[in-house]
Design a protein around this ligand. Sequence first.
Ligand code: KG4
Ligand code: ZN
Length: 349
Amino acid sequence: MRILGIETSCDETSAAVVEETGDAAKPWAIRSNVIASQVPIHREWGGVVPELASRQHIRDICGVVERALAAAETTWRDLGAVAVTQGPGLVGSLLVGVSFAKAAAAAAGLPLVAVHHLAGHIESLVLQNGELPLPSVILVVSGGHTSLYLVERPGSYQTLSRTRDDAAGEAYDKVAKLLGLGYPGGPVIDRLAASGNDRAIALPTTRLTHADRNAPELKGDLDFSFSGLKTAVLRHVRAHEGALSDQEIADVAASFQRVVVSALIERLFVAARRYGAKSVGIAGGVSANSRLRAELMDRGERREVPAFLPSLSLSTDNAAMIAAAGLRRFRAGVTAPADLNADPALSLG
Ligand code: KG4
Ligand code: ZN
């Protein structure tokens, strides 16, 4: 069976066709994955402007879906279902994808499947690597989220921890902005960090030892926090009256990246040990980070826990991962009603 996936939760309009392979170990294959990025539009404003994002999704959605079907050599009649990101994300952006998917599914007489955006990021690991050895601990780290999940069975996602304040990608974007490096911050800082001294500046690591009042059911010691780190960079920049040399900027980038990556990796492996994980994975936009990728592979080898990553194109937002998560849900017998609504605060596990 082939499924059409649609993703419009933030600033990428994406459509993809993913096919079942019949191979239980590597269940899905990508036939197409078309992404229209809005980065050049939002760059001008230093971040995503929600109203501009939803308007651009409306302009792009039809063409992107047509291109995805054409590239996959697939017609509406070859499809078995339509999967769409229901949330979380920007409500105006989500609504474009959800409305399009509902209308298309109704017109083509196809079942509709609602997908949680982060389930999509988690399933990008399976799309890339095949089924993971379970239980697995997965870090989802993006511009909007930094959370650890325990996957005990395929398609079940249990939240272990999350960030108390900024997401790691958000910290990258904010630090890049205050260093005058533009949007999005992750790729620029990643590139500059390569020529910086990662011990040049002492930046704080936040370790949480108490439960979050908003989530008392979680122990809290696996939670993340990045706002103190961002403030420390701000203070450093102010202390130099904003006049940092190129080398000093590279040093800040490298030092910031070292602290972020070690916080992410450390908690992932503490969780892996605590839950007896047979594998670990990192997904989401920040999983494109070169240092994070290298440290994950290195730690995985030393701890003898198989470690998994999506390819770079499956790290950032894309519809192939939504199609994959949609197939998982569809095969579990879950479809969405025709009056499905976008949910900007949709929760997972
Ligand atoms: O998953 P994603 O495309 O969108 C969200 O769901 O948020 O993630 C986007 C985030 C941005 O904050 C961007 O700065 C970050 O991923 N990012 C990176 C890198 N590439 C993208 N962060 C660090 N290093 C990178 N190489
Ligand atoms: Zn994402």
